[in-house]
Write a protein that binds this ligand. Structure first.
Ligand SMILES: C[S@@+](CC[C@H](N)C(=O)[O-])C[C@H]1O[C@@H](n2cnc3c(N)ncnc32)[C@H](O)[C@@H]1O
Length: 273
């Protein structure tokens, strides 16, 4: 068996597995460890009251719903995702949260967006680019649909920096690598963006990094491990029994207050040349 990024191949998953990914996306969108990174780039965008926004690979629309619930965003936002179940959840949840009138969701492929050129002020890929089949093609589609002087935002983790503490350093390192390759088609893509953007007609307009770190207890990385450890096992990347020991040690560390996990995340703003 080889690793198959579950978000890249989401349309091959069964209903139970899809439900667990929906739970993970929704939990992550409520975790302050993570949402502060979204709030940081939204503040930097200084959106106009009539801004038209597109999120590519919107999943359950968690980020756009968060944006629409903020008092300072009064524009219109669109979300596209390749997964029908995620798009259904996005539409349902946006109506439950009374923000459905400003958000529209549709099924589509990020490699071939069904929107005219220059139709958005801001186009966002929030933890999408690490999963897609062809990152350069997705970025050029984002560049095509953003208006001149609009902003393309790419936010994602650098999963070569993902790490959990484990007493056996050698197995800990193998587990970090296995988690990254089981979960992400492009675990190192965020390092490539400064080289990639100019090749597809985008000019770097700003970038910064944030370390997401949990020490003592874990919420963000607990949910991450619980969701993606099964994919390490399923791909047969490491012996299942040792993976189970690793996971139990992480739970124990959370109980004892000795937990440690970290990953670097990067935000890029780019504009059409
Ligand atoms: C980690 S999730 C992020 C979802 C959302 N942006 C969020 O932060 O909650 C990655 C999403 O990318 C979507 N995706 C992956 N490849 C795609 C493609 N080629 N076209 C559209 N969506 C894609 C998956 O279906 C999944 O919903």
């Amino acid at each position: 068996m080889v690793a198959r990024d579950p978000h890249r191949f989401v349309n091959e998953l069964d209903e139970t597995t899809l439900e667990s990914l929906i739970v993970r996306l929704e939990a992550r969108a409520q975790d302050a460890v993570f949402t502060k990174l979204f709030d940081k780039y939204v503040a930097e965008l200084a959106l106009s009251s009539s801004a038209r926004i597109l999120e590519v690979g919107c999943g359950t629309g968690a980020m756009l719903r968060l944006l629409a619930r903020r008092g300072d965003f009064t524009g219109e936002a669109f979300g596209v995702d390749q997964c029908h179940s995620f798009i259904d959840a996005a539409s349902k949840l946006s109506h439950i949260e009374s923000v459905g009138d400003r958000l529209s969701f549709q099924v589509g492929d990020a490699h071939c967006l069904d929107f005219p050129d220059a139709s958005f002020d801001v186009v966002i890929a929030h933890t999408l680019i690490s999963h897609v089949t062809e990152p350069a093609l997705v970025l050029s589609e984002m560049a095509r649909v953003v208006r001149p002087n609009g902003t393309v935002v790419v936010f994602d983790g650098d999963y070569a920096s993902l790490t959990y503490a484990f007493a056996d350093h050698s197995f800990g390192h193998q587990m970090d690598t296995a988690l990254a390759s089981a979960t992400f088609n492009n675990p190192r893509i965020m390092r490539d963006l400064p080289r990639l953007l100019p090749k597809i007609g985008l000019k770097l307009a700003g970038a910064w990094g944030d370390a997401v770190v949990e020490i003592g207890n874990g919420s963000y990385f607990k949910s991450f491990a619980e969701t993606y450890v099964p994919y390490v096992k399923k791909a047969g990347l490491l012996p299942a029994q040792r993976v189970e020991v690793w996971l139990n040690e992480q739970y124990q560390a959370m109980k004892n207050g000795t937990f440690f996990a970290a990953c670097n995340y990067y935000t890029y703003f780019a504009r059409p040349v």
